[in-house]
Write a protein that binds this ligand. Structure first.
Ligand code: KG4
Ligand code: ZN
Length: 332
């Protein structure tokens, strides 16, 4: 059984996976402590991980009805993420692995997000296209065997991540942090056609798989400035529509261009209701199977780290050396 520990940003997560099956997980978030700064404060996040890491491991074990002695390997996110935050998770993972005498695996945060999808609906088909959309990343990936083959980047954002765009525009609109869920809620009563927003990088000469979201933020800011009384739900609905439109258009195109029948959407922004609906609609129209894991597996969590750790263990991968360290700006 693999214990996974995640601490790259503001969530401290622990998860337990055996043979591709999720046995238990727990997540603690320091989000409330960052809210008044309207963004994650690295020092606060690191301190919160110190307090939360042992309790979340305890709770995950309790939920699974298991004990520390049942842990056969430990996996931990080494990057990308906040250096101090990552260090807490890696130090804890080493302590568990060495005290239990079990192997330790360092894993990539994004590989974890992809692996989370295997905990809902089983192994991913080889190959598949994965759209990762979170506060820090927006990437279209071509995934083969997660434990053995390198993940191929088809395209990435050239500037802001989709979640960052939601968070920044929410701030402009005076909505609470984190902005994504606030935009999603506000958009329910808005008219997406009331505000005209661009669809960046969707021209015939643009890179079909690259994204750009910083222009949307500027367009939204200009619109707000030009309104005597900006109608927040309309702006939220229009932004959500623009982001979901671009993401799903490019993701479906990546599948059809490569003759791939499955699209997987992971990361915190996969929680977005319009993104989910549009992805379902467009995948159905193109004959593509869509897999979006449940919300608790989409946002940062320890189960995803345990999932990739479990795949590594089962593929016979080499454990990490004792000097395993963090890699805050890890490339995929
Ligand atoms: O994957 P995640 O929990 O953390 C990382 O960034 O790695 O993603 C967090 C991001 C935030 O930007 C948040 O605003 C966004 O996901 N998010 C959403 C929704 N729920 C969370 N964005 C749009 N709609 C949502 N419902
Ligand atoms: Zn993440």
């Amino acid at each position: 059984m693999v214990l996974g520990i995640e601490s790259s940003c503001d969530e401290t997560g622990a998860g337990l996976v055996r043979g591709g099956v999720l046995l238990g997980q727990a997540v603690a978030s320091s989000m409330d402590e960052h809210a008044r700064y309207r963004g994650v404060v690295p020092e606060i996040a690191a301190r919160a991980h110190v307090h939360a890491v042992a309790p979340v491991v305890r709770v995950a074990l309790d939920r699974a009805g298991l004990a520390l002695a049942d842990v056969g390997a430990v996996a931990v996110t080494t990057g990308p993420g906040l250096a101090g935050a990552l260090q807490v998770g890696v130090a804890a993972a080493k302590a568990y692995a060495f005290s239990l005498g079990v192997p330790l695996y360092g894993v990539h945060h994004l590989a974890g997000h992809v692996a989370a999808a295997t905990l809902d609906g089983g192994p991913l088909p080889d190959p598949c296209v994965v759209l990762i959309v979170s506060g820090g990343h927006t990437s279209l990936l071509l995934v083969r065997d997660l434990a053995r083959d390198p993940i191929l980047h088809l395209g990435d954002t050239l500037d802001d991540a989709a979640g960052e765009c939601f968070d920044k525009v929410a701030r402009i609109l005076g909505l609470p942090y984190p902005g994504g869920p606030a935009i999603d809620r506000a958009a329910r009563t808005g008219d997406p056609t009331a505000v005209r927003l661009p669809r960046p990088l969707t021209g015939p000469r643009d890179d079909p798989y690259a994204f750009s979201f910083s222009g949307l933020k500027t367009a939204a800011a200009r619109w707000v400035e030009a309104q005597p009384e900006p109608h927040v739900p309309d702006a939220a609905a229009a932004l959500q529509e623009a982001v979901a439109d671009v993401l799903t258009r490019k993701a479906v195109r990546a599948c059809t261009d490569h003759g791939i029948g499955t699209l997987v959407v992971v990361g915190g922004v996969a929680a977005n209701s319009r993104l989910r609906a549009l992805a379902e609609q467009r995948c159905a129209a193109a004959g593509i199977t869509l897999r979006v894991p449940p919300l608790r597996l989409c946002t940062d969590n320890g189960a995803m780290v345990a999932a990739i750790g479990d795949l590594l263990v089962r593929s016979g991968a080499e454990p990490a050396p004792a000097r395993l360290s963090v890699d805050p700006s890890a490339p995929l």
